[in-house]
Design a protein around this ligand. Structure first.
Ligand code: TMP
Ligand code: ASP
Length: 271
């Protein structure tokens, strides 16, 4: 296991060579970064939670016919995936004004958008992932017009499905970022969903209280990052709660990788 060839290391994940040609192992780290890695911390147990949450979401999307790179979860931190050629775009879908859109257009955070909006950002850390238009994407050959169409259709299908999935567990899906890859299947090239879907790359607000259950807790120094991710995992049913003293908060029992012990509930409020 230690001799595995490392193919790529990103801010929150590492890709290793897989057991068979055309496969890779995606390893989820505990690193959290923001503002193009200017801010960095280790959130112990985050990788385990994101592995589980992303497995769940990718599996559900696969079940409704969204092609993905996901094959299976291997262990607490790793999943087996198909090797794809990543399209160098961060595709953001927004339902509610927040983050950079709210800042750019002077909208109040929380304003429902007239319809879902898709934005493209060029994946280039050195340039701080600048926002780009379809004109840039096709002119510079990052994706063809047909691929952009396919990506937009998939992004909207993913959004429709995830809005419902999260609403069912009392969470408002404000926005999220996804990445796509080209999967070379004999003569055919197919666009598939790649990377991950987790609270690292979504804005998830509690539908009633508006509490943030995502990486904005880290970006904005709100505290309770791990607890928020645990809450999402618990509501999705990928964590089970054992009866514990009142006020002790949720605990991770689906893993042996958690050394966090008892944790405070989100926002320090007893649940
Ligand atoms: P933004 O409002 O900062 O542009 O973020 C939009 C969505 O994309 C939000 O759900 C967070 C996610 N995101 C990432 O996953 N990675 C990033 O590098 C950035 C900037 C945002
Ligand atoms: N993932 C990005 C980074 O470090 C930023 C973010 O998610 O806000 O740089």
């Amino acid at each position: 296991m230690n001799k595995r060839r490392r193919i790529y290391e990103g801010k929150a994940k590492v890709l290793y060579e897989g057991p068979e040609p055309g496969t890779l192992i995606q390893h989820f780290k505990d690193d959290a970064t923001a503002f193009n890695a200017k801010k960095h911390a280790l959130i112990e147990g985050k990788g385990v939670l994101n592995n589980r949450i992303s497995e769940y979401v990718f599996t559900k999307l696969g079940e409704i016919g969204v092609p993905t790179h996901f094959i299976k979860r291997l262990n607490m931190r790793e999943q087996l995936i198909r090797e794809v050629e990543i399209v160098p775009l961060e595709v953001v879908v927004r339902n509610v004004a927040a983050g950079s859109l709210a800042t750019r257009l002077g909208l109040e955070e929380g304003t429902q958008l007239p319809r879902s909006i898709i934005e493209f950002y060029y994946k280039k850390d050195e340039l701080n992932d600048p926002m780009v238009s379809e004109e840039h994407i096709t002119a510079f050959g990052w994706a063809t017009p047909q691929e952009i169409d396919e990506i937009m259709q998939l992004a909207l299908r993913i959004n429709d499905f995830l809005v419902g999935l999260f609403l069912g567990i009392g969470i408002r899906l404000v926005d999220f970022k996804v990445e796509f890859g080209r999967f070379y299947d004999n003569e055919q090239v197919r666009i598939v969903l790649a990377d991950e879907i987790s609270p690292d790359c979504c804005r998830l607000w509690d539908a009633q209280s508006g509490d943030k259950l995502d990486k904005d807790r880290f970006r904005r120094d709100l505290g309770g990052v791990l607890e928020a991710y645990q809450e999402v995992a618990r509501r999705l049913g990928v964590l089970t709660e054992t009866p514990r003293p009142r006020g002790a908060g949720p605990v991770l029992v689906a893993s042996n990788a958690s050394s966090n012990g008892p944790v405070a509930p989100v926002n320090g409020k007893p649940n």
